[in-house]
Design a protein around this ligand. Sequence first.
Ligand SMILES: [Zn+2]
Length: 692
Amino acid sequence: MNALLLALLAAAPGDGFVKERFGNHAVAQLRAPGVAELSLSEKKVAWHLSLAAYAGEPIAYDQLGWSNLAIKALLESVVLFGLKGDGADPRGFDARLSEYLKKLYGHGGNHDDVTGQKFLPEFTPEELSQAAKRALAAGAPLGVKDDSALEAHLLELSPALFDPTFEPLLTSKAPPPGKDILTASANTAYGRDVALSDLEGFAEKNPLNSRVVKVEGELVERVFRAGTPDKKVPPGLYAEELSRVVAHLREAMKHARADQRDALGKLVRYFQTGDLKDWDAYNIAWLKADPKVDANLGFIETYVDARGQKGQWEALVNYRDAKENQVMELLAKRAQYFEDRLPWPEQYKRKKVSPPVAKAINFLAAYPQPPAGINLPNEQHIREKYGSKSVLVANTMEAAAAVKRLPLAIEFSRTEEERESARKHAVTARKWLVAFHEVAGHASGQVDKQAGDTSKKLAEYDNTLEEARADLVALWHAFDPALEELSLEHEEVARQMYRSFLVEGLTNLHRVERGDELEEDHHRGHHMTVSFLIEKGAVRQVSEGKPPHTYWDVVDFPKMREAVGELLTKLMAIKATGDYEGIKGLVQRYGIKFDPRLRDEVVARVKAANVPTVTLMASPQLVPALDKRGNLVDLKVRYEQSFVDQHLERALLGSLAPAEATKLAAQIAASPEALHEALRKRAAAPSSARRE
Ligand SMILES: [Zn+2]
C-alpha cells in the first residue's frame, strides 16, 4: 500500500474506497497504483485490452437474461433524457431509478450475481412509463416512433422488470413442477423453449461458446464467433461485438511483446472461428507468456449454465504491481525458509519446496464483478500438460476489506488504540493473511507415505481442517522477522492480523441467523481455532458496557502465537495420518456450538455499524493522454467518475472503433459533460433485436 492510501485510510476509514452507498449495497472503488510505472508500450496494451473488454460487455448482459440489454437501453435513455429532476430527494424517482440501474450494472442483469435471485425496481410501471415518454419526447433513441409503440415496448418488458414470479432464478438447479433446470433458468444459454430432454443425444460442437436454440422444431447450435476475413467461417452469434473485440486486440498486438503478441493473435483467431481447438492453442500460448499487463477474455466460467457447459463472457484486464507483488516474491523466495520454520515435526515438512507460481495483480478493467483470485485455464487437459496461472488480486481484496472488514474491525475493537491500529493496518493485514493462507498455508506440509489418501479418511471434516490449518500457518508466520522486507511496521501489521482474525471469528456468527451451530467449513475451522485459543488462555472474552459489548481480546501475543503453533501441530499430525477420530473430536468440541445470545448481540452491532451486505466494484477510470496527432502518449487513472457514468462510458467506448474510442475517452477526461453530450447525440437503436 502506498503512502497516499495509508493517509486516506488513516483520515477516514473506508471512505477512500466507498464510492456510493444505497440500500444494503456499497460501490467500492478499485484503486490502481503502479500504472504510472508501466512502460508506454505496456500502457498502450493495457488501454487496448481494456477497450476490448468494454466491447464484449453487451455479450455478458445478453447471456444473463433475455431482456437485459433492452432494459439497460431503456433505463439509460431515461437517465440521459427523461429524469424527473427530483434528484435532491433520496427517495425520489430519479434516485430509485439510478439505484436499480446501478444494481443492473453491478450484477450484469436483474438477478443477484451471488444468489441468482431476481431483484425488483423500487419504481412503479407507471413512473417508468411517464419517464420513458419524457425521454422519447426529448429525442431519446428508443427505437419506437410514438407513445403507443413505446407502450407496447414497455408492456413487453414488464414481466422481466416487475413480475417477481417471471424468470425468478438465473440458474435453477431445483426446478418447480412442469419445468426443468433449463426452462426454469433465466439465463440465455439455451433457447427459451429448449428443455433438458431435448438435448438427449444432441452433441454440441462448441459446447463452451454457443447457444442451442430450436428452429422449426430442430435444435441448432448458434456459435459465438466473428467469422474469418476470408469468409470460410461465417459470422455467428455476437459477431458484431466480437469483431470489435478483435479490432482492439489487433491494436494491443502492435504494442505487445512477442510472447503476448503470439497469444493475442491466437485469441483473435479463436474469436473469429469459435473453434475450441483455437481456444486451446490460445490458452497454451497464454500460459507461456509472462507480460506485466495481461488479460483474461473469453467465455470462461460455466457455473451460470445449469448444465455446466456454456461459458460466460468474462473480461479481466490486469497488471502486475511491483509493490503488491512484494508479498508473493517473499513467499516465492523464502518458500523453503517458511516451510522449515513451521512448528510441526520434521517428518511432516516438505524437504524440497518449489517456489509457488502465484503472483499479485491489480485489475484495470473487470467485468463481471472481479474475483479476489484467479486460477486459469479451466481446461483440465491443458492444466495437466502445461500448468495454470494463479493470481491473487490485490486491489479487489483491498477494496473489499476496506468496505466490509475495516468497519467491522473498528466496531469490534475494544480500545481506542486498537481502533487506531485497525484503521492503519487492517487492510494490509487482510492482504497478507490471504496471501499466506493461499500460497504458504494450503501448500505446506507432507503426509505419511503409508497413510494413503488422508483427505478421504478425514471425510466431512477434511475441509474444516484444511481451512483452519491454512489460517494458522499465516498466523504462525505473521511475526517472522523476514516480513520486515514488506514493511517497517510489519509487527504492527502482524498484531492487527491476530486481532482481525478474532474479529472475523466473532462477526462470522452474524451469518448464522438461527440455532446455535455452525455448518460452513470456513466458519467451523475459524471457530475451532478461536475456542481453542480461549481455552488456552491466549484469548479472553470480555463484556463491557450496557447493553453489553463483547470482545475477543488477545491476552498477549507471544502466548497466542504459542497456542497457534500448538493447534497447528495437532492439525498437521491429524492430516498426515488421516486421524478421523482426532479431527472429529476437535471440531465437535471447539468448532460447532456457539452462544446464541452472543450471536444476537453481534447481529445488532453489525446492523448498527451499517456495513453493506453486497459490495459492487467500480473499476478505475482510464484516461488516455494523446499528442497532437492523436497518438496515445500516456495512460492515467482517476477515481472520481460516478458508477453510472463509468458504465455509460464503457458501453459507449466499447461500441466504437479503436481510434475513435481513444479520442473520445480523452475528450471525456478533459470535460465530463462530453460523455452525456456524446451519448445524447448518438442515435442508437435499442438492442432488443437479438432474441431468438
Ligand atoms: Zn483456503
